[in-house]
Write a protein that binds this ligand. Structure first.
Ligand code: SF4
Length: 443
């Protein structure tokens, strides 16, 4: 019997439309069954910090509502009509026609339908997002590839200071919006001109500028490396990979120095920024020392269950800046086999002598829950998604949510990026340890 996955932390490939929806002015038109989008909207949106796309929220995303007639006679013409009406009624800058499982199975040619709108008021491109091929990370990659291959044109100029930012998956990374805003500030402060395509104040004009960049920055252990390579091939733009979204002083300072060296930036300016930011970080941490020492017990280790991207960021911070040790790390977002070794290396690249913790790649969040219930260290901490809250409580551990599905709460602009993010995660971590009535670690 096939393996059954419990407690999924990812959506199907159709979840890739959230990458399109994160770019202001981009409207996906879905050629799928009527319930397909709802499946993705919980994990990536509503139950992931109460997020919804702006301006095109889920309820206004056009859909062909693929039905029996489309299965029997083909749904290409149906899709064509929905795109025609979308062009008539929507104020969008780019339409991406996407399909799901059924349209792929019956063989509807969405590429041909999209191409037939050449010269229309709103440009139309297409992306194939069948859930049977992959999860929302595959869908995210498909959307970006479609934009690069079908929409981007060479600009004929290169701005050496312009840096396009990749590696953060909007919506799936619960903290994406706040992270990108803080990252933009940091990049400007050290002399770069960040070009970010997702979120507030960005959008399709930034997408068009992608080919002008001096370099592409990929902030992840593996996500978007395919896009950076595609852009290198198409526009000869080199790329720099930093394997995580830095949290806290150790990683953030390393990140800045890596950028300074790579892009030949003003070292004095960058070092002055680092000094000011580190001083501020340690000032805030010192303010909480009395509270931390009042805890009856300070956990010395932790479990992690969730995405590879969050795992690397949190593990680096917890080991290098907080002094905690991972016990076991479960990566639940189906990292492709050929990328798993890179992720593993990133997870062991920490300032620790004995690295005897296990890294387990599994899509089955239920397996992690079972493992922990059978065998665990007492009074440790679990970092993960909302799925892991009850597991943590059942083994008497503290719990800190750090990835999707984050839970039914409002995320606002919260994030753990950089020096400031380190203070925020430090505070959330000790607040949970000290004040949770079940864990009751405070004296
Ligand atoms: S797996 Fe296929 S049928 Fe299911 S929600 Fe995703 S696209 Fe729709």
């Amino acid at each position: 019997m096939a393996e059954c996955i419990e407690q999924s932390r990812v959506a199907c490939a159709l979840g890739g439309i959230y990458t399109a929806l994160a770019i202001d002015g981009v409207l996906p038109v879905t050629h799928t069954g009527p319930g397909c989008l709802a499946q993705a909207s919980d994990i990536l949106g509503r139950v992931n910090g109460g997020q919804a796309p702006v301006p095109f929220e889920e309820s206004v995303v056009p859909c062909t509502d693929f039905c029996n007639t489309d299965v029997v006679f083909g749904g290409g013409e149906h899709l064509r009509t929905v795109i025609e009406k979308s062009i008539e009624y929507y104020d969008a800058k780019l339409i991406i026609a996407v399909d799901g499982c059924t349209a792929e199975i019956v063989g509807d040619d969405i590429e041909e339908v999209a191409e037939s709108f050449e010269g229309s008021r709103i440009p139309v491109i297409s992306a194939k997002l069948p859930g049977f091929v992959g999860n929302n990370l595959f869908g995210h990659s498909q959307i970006l590839k479609s934009i690069v291959n079908q929409y981007l044109e060479p600009t004929g100029e290169v701005n050496p200071l312009q840096v396009n930012v990749f590696g953060i998956v909007p919506f799936y990374d619960t903290f994406w919006q706040g992270t990108l805003e803080r990252l933009e500030e940091l990049l400007k402060a050290i002399g770069l001109e960040p070009n970010i395509i997702y979120g507030h104040g960005h959008g399709i004009e930034n997408v068009k500028k992608i080919p002008s960049a001096g370099f592409n920055l990929v902030l992840s252990p593996w996500i978007d490396l395919d896009i950076a390579k595609l852009l290198e091939q198409k526009f000869k733009t080199p790329f720099l990979q930093f394997d995580n979204v830095p949290i806290g002083p150790t990683e953030t300072t390393k990140f800045i120095r890596t950028l300074v060296e790579y892009a030949g930036l003003d070292q004095v300016k960058a070092e002055s920024y680092i000094k000011k930011s580190e001083d501020r970080y340690y000032y805030y941490i010192s303010r909480h020392q009395a509270f931390v020492y009042a805890c009856k017990y300070i956990p010395k280790d932790f479990y992690f269950i969730g995405s590879a991207a969050a795992a690397v960021s949190v593990t680096r911070f917890m080991v290098n800046d907080v002094g905690s040790v991972p016990l076991r790390i479960y990566i639940t977002d189906n990292v492709p086999k050929e990328r798993q070794e890179d992720v593993r290396k990133s997870l062991y690249d920490v300032e620790l002598e004995d690295k005897d913790y296990e890294v387990i790649f599994t899509e089955d969040g239920g397996l992690a829950a079972d493992d922990l219930k059978k065998e665990h260290e007492d009074r440790s901490v679990v970092f993960g998604s909302n799925w892991d809250l009850l597991t943590a409580r059942s083994i008497g551990s503290a719990f800190v949510p750090v990835c999707a599905p984050y839970g039914q709460t409002l995320i606002g602009s919260k994030n753990y990026f950089g020096y400031e993010g380190g203070v925020a995660l430090f505070s959330d971590y000790y607040a949970e340890i000290a004040t949770n009535p079940q864990v009751a670690f405070i004296g």
